[in-house]
Design a protein around this ligand. Structure first.
Ligand SMILES: NC(=O)c1ccc[n+]([C@@H]2O[C@H](COP(=O)([O-])OP(=O)(O)OC[C@H]3O[C@@H](n4cnc5c(N)ncnc54)[C@H](OP(=O)(O)O)[C@@H]3O)[C@@H](O)[C@H]2O)c1
Length: 288
């Protein structure tokens, strides 16, 4: 499977390139400098030059709060450009696998969100990602994978932020306890994406790790593994207002994924321990 990856130097893009190569797939992961998805001629160049079977789109503006003030840019990158990419990939004979987010939902559900449930984004990030999903699905053969709360090497993420705060001595950690979701380890997501691409799955699929938790719950686990002396205090979203609204409940139902792949999604804890160890080693290396 020849795999071309846009947004290839972000957290998910890197994990995906590593997983594809581990499988012996020829994989080309492109940075924004090499291929800006809002520049159709750059996209066309790489599609011609590499002739991929599958195009993974991991390019996005993942600073959710910043998207509120960069509305036009967010809709350009997450919306319009995805439509152009989908059309270009289809005419090059490649299938598009596009990444999307739990933030397309408003979080008022009382059970995990299924792929067909109504969307109602609360933020510019979520609304623009939803437009991209719709554009992606206009090209037959496309797959949209919604995921949530991704952490791992190669990008900014919640776990890295908690570690930074603990290193800087900014403790106790105060973390919101009224937003519940599914943390996802980037390398597990990469495996899932490759499995789905290989199986030729189309439409929308949800993927996250198990079990769902609040940010406070996740931070408690991070602190316990990093430095058991660190105290973590629960706060409410109202106490820590942010520019972009987040869903209070954004648990993705992963039954479709589990049915397709005939395996359960991994526990996020399997990724958290090794990732924290890698951050600890990197910190030691820096200190010497
Ligand atoms: N991180 C999460 O928690 C999370 C949760 C749900 C869904 N997702 C989705 O997962 C996908 C991958 O996210 P990630 O976590 O890997 O984010 P990331 O680490 O921020 O990586 C995103 C990459 O996209 C690149 N990019 C931005 N604008 C671009 C453009 N116009 N053309 C080409 N590349 C561009 C960025 O490059 P620069 O850094 O050079 O700008 C960056 O390398 C995204 O679709 C995101 O919406 C992520």
């Amino acid at each position: 499977v020849r795999a071309l990856i846009f947004g290839g130097t972000g957290m998910v893009g890197r994990a995906l390139a590593a997983e594809a190569r581990r499988r012996g797939w020829p994989a080309l992961a492109l940075s924004r400098q090499q291929a800006d998805i809002t520049a159709p001629q750059e996209v066309a160049f790489w599609l011609r030059a590499f002739a991929p079977h599958v195009v993974f789109n991991c390019a996005a503006l993942t600073a959710v709060d910043r998207c509120e003030e960069q509305r036009e840019r967010a809709f350009r990158v997450h919306g319009e450009a995805v439509g152009e990419l989908a059309t270009a990939a289809a005419s090059a004979g490649a299938r598009l696998v596009h990444l999307s987010t739990d933030y397309v939902f408003d979080g008022t559900a009382s059970r995990p969100y299924r792929e067909g449930d109504s969307t109602a984004p609360l933020s510019v990030y979520g609304a623009s990602k939803l437009v991209g999903e719709q554009h992606a699905l206009e090209s037959p053969g496309s797959l949209v994978v919604r995921t949530s709360w991704v952490f791992g090497p190669g990008g900014g993420n919640f776990v890295a932020t908690m570690v930074r705060l603990m290193r800087e001595g900014r403790v106790p950690l105060r973390v919101v306890d009224d937003q519940r979701g599914g943390p996802t380890f980037a390398p597990f997501l990469a495996t899932a994406l490759c499995d789905l691409a290989r199986a030729g799955v189309t439409g929308v699929v949800h993927y996250r790790n198990r079990e769902p938790v609040t940010w406070f719950g996740l931070a408690t686990e991070i602190a316990a593994l990093w430095d058991a002396r660190v105290e973590v205090l629960p706060v409410s979203t109202a106490e820590q207002p942010r520019p972009a609204r987040r869903p209070a409940f954004s648990i993705l139902d992963v039954a479709r994924f589990e049915e397709i792949t005939r395996r359960r999604v991994e526990p996020w804890g399997w990724g958290l321990g090794p990732y924290l160890e890698s951050l600890r080693r990197a910190g030691h290396a820096e200190a010497h």
